[in-house]
Structures are given as structure tokens and as C-alpha cells.
Design a protein around this ligand. Structure first.
Ligand code: SAH
Length: 466
């Protein structure tokens, strides 16, 4: 991070703006809105600044900047058209340790100002760390369009009832749940529709009802996190990730995805290696039940999709037995995400009319699988958890009639910036694993469609901008 984002209380504090042109007056306007006492130092005033002067919004010192002008200031903005003056202001601010913004060359001041989405008292500030003001503006435009203008109203409504709600719910967790039900439910909808009185009445009713029974029931969200790229999350996954009190997650959930989980949520690692479960499945099921019974919203977050080699079925079966409410959110499974990012279509009119997802993690050796069926032509076979058995997989397929020259791919850490793809055939695949030190998680794809990678590969994670 190049800068520390903060919100600074400057109410009734002395702030100095050196310069009085258009840009300076826009800064003055902002400082005024935040309640600062603004002094403008400049021999002449621009139009807008003159109006501020007439309206009593600024104190004007009508001369050029002098050493000693900043002594009492909490914040300084150097906004003259003279670079040398701005430099002098910045240097003096630096020696007094007063934050200073230089509008003509922000990187030379001690702070920069963000783009703002204003829903007073809600403020959203956007910064690209000084790299691209245009990008910041673009992001701002996007946020403007998806941030209801009534958020400010909603914040004010909430503020009026904070003390009362604090008294009703003494536990932080219960309080948070209550506020979420307000901010995501019909009270918020009333505010967005301009029905503030209805919103107020409903909020009061909900506080009253909660007074009678303040216990919230826990629930479990089984959420598929997809193969790794956070952009592949569903909207619902993201929403529930932000809402959960505790996260029970697997090794396969990528770090950038974990970064999107609510910051103050408790995290429990249930890491699932091939045969080395950090917590045995039985205990995971019990853990989910126990956490939900404590009244928590539990997020069971797993790589890919929970219902594809994810043991989601076992988990919800236990929840049903225990009468615990739950939701299941599908995720993009590795077979879909990784082959797409590797430019290998799973089906193709000319080469594959079917595709099969199969586990390569075999309890009783090769006898677990129907190799006869897996060795048919014109289909794509995707092996999950197959890395350790890659040699045996290729051997069995050949033994049951697949040609040795059948194209096969290894996709390691698919959809992430570390994705690697290796293409070979049933004779060479096991060697490719050794030669390239291929590690889990890796997907094995067998079938003619693998050939298409040559032309269709489009995701090039090596080409990052440094
Ligand atoms: N529920 C998951 C699969 C869990 S089994 C899903 O739907 O994707 C774990 C196996 O999935 C790994 O051994 C590997 O074969 C595959 N896998 C998961 N994520 C992967 C990734 N990003 N790249 C390559 N393979 C992946």
C-alpha cells in the first residue's frame, strides 16, 4: 500500500489553502463541508473564492505565502499556480509535520485526496494510489451507479436507534445480526423507496419484538468458492461470505478469495489434503452443527463446487438431521474453470459428445473405476485428485482401448496467476508430471479436445505487469 486511507475529523480545526483559483476553491468547498475553519492565503481571489469570502466561508489573508503561516494548521493544501510556492509550502508543512496536499504534483505532498462517493454521512473514498486519476474516476462512476442514494438516509435512521438497540442486544453478535436484518431487509427497502416513516415504524416494531425474544438461530451456508480466481465467485457467494460469523474453509480456497471474507469473522481451517484431513469429515459435520447451535452464521467454504467431490451431501444430510437451516450455493467446479482457462472446451461437436468427471483418488486401487466406460472414444474424461495415480490412470485407459497417442493435459492451479498447463498424451503424461514437478491441485484432462489448447489458449498468467 502506498498510502494509508483514513477519515480525518477536521471540524472547527484550522486548515490552510494556499492559492485561490478554481482547484483551490474546490478543495475549500470540501473542507467546508467537513466543517473545517478555512484560511485562504493568496494576493487575489478567483471568482468562486470571492463568493466564499462574501458568504463568510473563508478567512482571507491577502498576500503571498510567508514562512510561519502554517504554525496553527491541522492540514494544508498547496494549490497556487506557482510550483516554487507550492514547494515552499510543502517543505514548511513537512518540517512542522502537518499533512500537506500538493495539487499540481500530488506525489510530492504527504497526502493525496481520493475520489468521493458522497452519501452523507456515508462516504466512499476511492484511490488508485496516485497511479491513475482517470481509473479512480471510472471506479467512482461504477460505485455511484450501484450505491443507492438513500444510503445516507438509512445511516441517519440507524444512528437514531443505536443506543436503544445496544440496550436490547447486549451481545455484539446479536446486535450485528439485528442490524444486518434491518440494512438488508424491508426497513432498508422502505428508505430506498422514500417511505421513511414506514421504515421508522417497522424498525421500532422489530426492536420491540426482539425485546421479547432476542435469540437468533444460527444457520449454515455451503458455498462453492470456484477454482481460485475470485472473479469467478457468484454474487450470492460473495454476499454470504460478507455475512458469516465463522468460516470453515478448505486448503483449496485461494488466498484472494479468503481476503473477501468478512474481516472480523472467525476462521477455522478444515484443510483437506488427499488423504490427510486436518479435521476428519465426521468432525467437520459435527463442527458445523455445533457452531450453528451457538447461534452463528456458519460459512462452509470449499474450492470449486460443494456437490462435486466436495462431500456437500454428507454435510447437509447432518444439518437436516439436526434441523439446522442452510443454503447451498453452487460454485464453478475445477473441471469447468480450469479447462476454460486452459482453452480446452470440454465438449466439441467434432471430438467429444460427452464429458465425464471422475475421481482419481482411489481407495481400492484401479478396481474402483469402470475403465471400460472411461476408455470410450469421443468423450472427455476429467480426473480430479488424480496426480498421484497419473501413471496408473494412463495405463488403464490404454489397456482398455484408448490409443497411446490420445491427447492429455495437466492443469495445475487452474484460473490463478500460477496456472501451468502441460500437454502430452497417455504415453508421456506421467513423465511430464516428474519433469515439471507438477503439484496439487492439478486436474488431468484426457481426450481429443485437449489438442484445441494449441489454438484456443487465451489466459496467460505469466504476463503480469510489474
Ligand atoms: N469440489 C472441488 C473439487 C475438490 S477435489 C471442485 O468442484 O472443483 C480436489 C481436486 O480438484 C484437486 O485434486 C484437483 O484435481 C481439482 N482442483 C481443484 N481446484 C483446482 C485448480 N484450481 N486447479 C487444478 N485442479 C483443481
Amino acid at each position: 500500500m502506498n498510502y494509508l486511507p483514513i477519515f480525518y475529523d477536521i471540524k472547527n480545526k484550522s486548515c490552510i489553502v494556499v492559492g485561490a483559483g478554481g482547484i483551490a476553491s474546490r478543495k475549500v468547498d470540501l473542507l467546508n463541508k467537513a466543517g473545517a475553519k478555512v484560511t485562504v492565503i493568496s494576493p487575489i481571489l478567483g471568482n468562486e473564492m470571492a463568493r466564499f469570502m462574501d458568504d463568510g466561508k473563508i478567512i482571507w489573508i491577502d498576500r503571498t505565502f510567508q514562512s510561519g503561516d502554517l504554525v496553527d494548521a491541522y492540514l494544508v493544501i498547496a494549490a497556487t499556480s506557482d510550483k516554487a510556492v507550492n514547494e515552499q509550502v510543502a517543505e514548511e508543512a513537512e518540517s512542522l509535520k502537518i499533512p500537506c496536499n500538493r495539487v499540481e504534483s500530488p506525489e510530492q505532498g504527504s497526502f493525496i485526496m481520493p475520489s468521493i462517493i458522497n452519501r452523507d454521512p456515508v462516504q466512499i473514498a476511492v484511490s488508485t494510489g496516485g497511479t491513475s486519476p482517470v481509473l479512480a474516476r471510472l471506479i467512482r462512476t461504477n460505485l455511484e451507479s450501484c450505491t443507492p442514494s438513500a444510503y445516507g438516509q438509512l445511516a441517519k435512521l440507524v444512528e437514531n436507534y443505536r443506543t436503544q438497540v445496544k440496550q436490547t442486544f447486549t451481545k455484539v453478535e446479536e446486535r450485528r445480526k439485528f442490524w444486518e436484518s434491518i440494512l438488508e431487509g424491508p426497513v432498508a427497502e422502505h428508505v430506498f423507496a422514500g417511505r421513511n416513516n414506514d421504515a421508522k415504524a417497522l424498525l421500532e416494531k422489530m426492536i420491540e419484538e426482539a425485546n421479547a425474544d432476542p435469540n437468533y438461530k444460527g444457520e449454515v451456508f455451503l458455498v462453492g468458492a470456484g477454482p481460485g480466481d475470485p472473479d469467478l465467485l457468484t454474487f450470492r457467494a460473495l454476499r454470504l461470505m460478507q455475512k458469516a460469523d465463522v468460516i470453515v474453509y478448505d486448503r483449496l480456497v485461494s488466498e484472494p478469495i479468503m481476503d473477501l471474507v468478512r474481516r472480523d469473522a472467525e476462521r477455522i481451517y478444515a484443510g483437506k489434503e488427499r488423504s490427510n484431513h486436518a479435521i476428519p469429515q465426521e468432525n467437520i459435520n459435527q463442527l458445523l452443527v455445533r457452531l450453528a447451535k451457538e447461534g452463528k452464521r456458519v460459512l462452509r467454504l470449499k474450492g470449486g463446487d460443494n456437490f462435486i467431490f466436495g462431500r456437500g451431501g454428507e454435510e447437509i444430510s447432518e444439518l437436516i438431521d439436526e434441523d439446522i437451516p442452510f443454503q447451498v450455493v453452487p460454485g464453478i467446479t475445477a473441471a469447468s474453470g480450469c479447462t476454460t482457462y486452459a482453452g480446452i472446451p470440454l465438449t466439441h461437436r467434432d471430438y467429444a459428445q460427452a464429458c465425464i468427471f471422475v475421481t482419481g483418488h482411489l481407495k481400492d486401487g484401479s478396481s474402483d473405476l469402470n475403465w471400460e466406460m472411461l476408455s470410450h472414444k469421443n468423450q472427455t474424461v476429467v480426473f480430479y485428485m488424480g496426480l498421484k495415480n497419473v501413471q496408473m490412470i494412463c495405463d488403464e485407459l490404454k489397456k482398455h482401448g484408448r490409443k497411446a497417442s490420445t491427447p492429455a493435459a495437466l492443469i495445475e492451479k487452474g484460473t490463478t496467476p500460477d496456472q501451468r498447463v502441460f500437454i502430452g498424451d497417455l504415453d508421456t503424461l506421467a513423465d511430464l508430471v516428474l519433469q515439471n514437478n507438477v503439484k496439487a491441485p492439478t486436474l488431468i484432462v484426457v481426450g481429443e479436445v485437449v489438442e484445441l489448447h494449441k489454438k484456443l489458449h487465451w489466459f496467460k498468467p505469466g504476463e503480469e505487469i510489474k
